[in-house]
Design a protein around this ligand. Sequence first.
Ligand SMILES: Nc1ncnc2c1ncn2[C@@H]1O[C@H](COP(=O)(O)OP(=O)(O)O)[C@@H](O)[C@H]1O
Ligand SMILES: O=P(O)(O)OC[C@H]1O[C@](O)(COP(=O)(O)O)[C@@H](O)[C@@H]1O
Length: 750
Amino acid sequence: MASSHIILPKEEEEAAAEAGLGVAVEADHDSPAPCPFQEHAPGKAALPFSATCVRISRDSYPNLRALRNASALDLHEDDAAFVKVEEGDYGYVLDDVPHLTDYLPDLPTFPNPLQDHPAYSTVKQYFVNADDTVPEKVVVQKNSPRGVHFRRAGPRQRVYFESEEVKACIVTCGGLCPGLNTVIRELVCGLSHMYNVNDIFGIQNGYKGFYSSNYLTMTAKSVNDIHKRGGTVLGTSRGGHDTKKIVDNIQDRGINQVYIIGGDGTQKGAYEIYKEIRRRGLQVAVAGIPKTIDNDIAVIDKSFGFDTAVEEAQRAINAAHVEASSAENGIGLVKLMGRYSGFIAMYATLASRDVDCCLIPESPFYLEGEGGLFEYIDRRLKENNHMVIVVAEGAGQDLIAQSIPAADQQDASGNKLLLDVGLWLTHKIKDYCKSKKMEMTIKYIDPTYMIRAIPSNASDNVYCTLLAHSAIHGAMAGYSFTVGMVNGRHAYIPFHRVTSTRNKVRITDRMWARLLSSTNQPSFLSKEDIDAAREADRKNGENAKKKPASMLANGTNGVETPPAASTPLRHPATEVPVPPSAAADVGITMAPDSDSADDTRAAAADQPEEQPSEETEITQEADGAAAATVTKSSEEPAPGANASWTTATPPMTPERGAAAAAHDSEGSDTQSAAGRGSPLHREEKPRHAGASVKGDDVSAAKSRLLAFRSFARDKKVIKSGGAEAAASPEREGAAEHKEKGKERRKRFWK
Ligand SMILES: Nc1ncnc2c1ncn2[C@@H]1O[C@H](COP(=O)(O)OP(=O)(O)O)[C@@H](O)[C@H]1O
Ligand SMILES: O=P(O)(O)OC[C@H]1O[C@](O)(COP(=O)(O)O)[C@@H](O)[C@@H]1O
């Protein structure tokens, strides 16, 4: 069975083991450290596999924020009974990964075939480690004078399925994405080569294929070459999720492992299937492999296919640049995917450096008046004679709706159908230039389906392989989960955590500031907007302290909150490229999602300890959490807990790669933004006919920016929650833990 890797400091692991909880179980052979096995706390369901939780650190907090938000979700009673969540005083979350033994306690186990695998048996210390095997039986000796005592018993290296008995099926749902075929291939080959599974079926055309099509027999041979092709050999579709019919078919056909590849809608569907399976008491593992070309699935570091998409987008941007620069007053306009989030547009822009303006759904923009897009186009054409604009398809939908009334339409899965912002913008720019009697040429390029229909590139291929293999190990171990990379580690994540929120580009983070700095485009935010937000935030922070922590996650905070993309900007905007320092000033956390650990550590070193920045406080919370667990577990170390804990080293994701590149020129980035004619102050003038009363504008901007401030609010509420909790009998030691947390933090950052 897969080894797991400890992300927590040793003491936290022990405490997590004591609590019988863990948010995510790592599952890959890259992980060098063995994991202590899980203790069966009295009265708690058995957790036969080592589980660990993800450590909160600066580089991890966006994902952890999503976890935290998800943790306060209202789960139905029957779900809640199975969800074992523990939230620490400092914001950490421990959550069980659902396991077959949660509802089938006495399942037999079988020897893990990997033990005898010629490849894996030679790398015992990494992959088939005696200490991190699946069904390690642990006996609790209650009478131990030093508290809970761990003792191993029973055989090692066992799984919950016998290879000959496994009947696995694979389905792909939702939109296409580079890498789908690679995941399918590696699931089939991994099951067959690693676990000797022979019965593998392909479900055709998405969820509806469970009950409306024949199941395809798949073998390692039949999928041998499919990773070289785009799309999915199984076919896909939107809609068609009928839980009862799907589970009826799973049951009737004796399927006991279900691999579901798809986006957040698909993972919601997977969770429904899992719950129905659990309700019926079936011995079926459900493994979700998250797919989204938009890279907006919460919790995970990045989705497969995203690298490929960004790379392919470069070709369209290059073409736009060639066209634009070969004409007099040439404009190249490229529309990229991104229904709700502009990650592809942002990364493609940052990677290209030929782009003069990037428009994404998270950053509302306007056309006319000072600081508007037309003014910027004017200026750029005068300066450079050509320009390239990248627009994410979800951007400016509110503006289009003003001129093209369209009924709210949805696709078969209930996703909002978008109006073509690229076409609309092309016409608007043409009309504007005509009205100014300005000669220009505009070329509109829409590479949407070309980008997602290609096969995955080399790095995505490897990533797909690891995801597929992690999914197989987890399913063989009896877990049901969504698999994904969290803070650079392969992890099993409870379904509900990845579906409850959606990642968004945070336009108050450093990465977006870098983009503004590199394109020098207007930010479409005025200084007044920021001042108003600062003031509103101050008040809001005070109010938030009074609110119970349970109000935290009701869709109004964290990554889920869109920065009021639906509210058109009407306030005359001064060009303010939101430099990191400004963001810090108004309490907005800067780019912890995009900075390398060194970057953030350096930032921490600059922070006086008494007045920590947002980032610093996050770490305090994290380390406080560590301290809280230290005190619980320091008396009795768990066997195997001598495994050294490792600071999660984030992989070179596109985000981090770009962050690292930008890091080299950190100072000059922001300086150049100001230095290149981006005045922080400008006299306000009404910009367009629609400009209305200043008060209205300010309050609109306020509410818009309030959304951006969610993390600060989140943190404050957590803090206040923490204060309340400290008064409660269960959490009496919170203050003490905090002190110890501080000490730990000092030690850690040393
Ligand atoms: N809330 C939901 N519950 C169950 N199934 C869902 C849910 N949302 C979407 N689905 C199903 O998941 C599949 C893919 O969803 P869709 O939103 O189109 O793509 P994606 O998974 O890429 O987000 C569809 O078959 C759809 O019916
Ligand atoms: O035209 P389709 O097939 O509905 O897909 C288009 C949509 O799917 C997306 O590619 C996103 O889908 P995923 O995030 O699920 O991959 C959007 O960017 C786009 O709006």
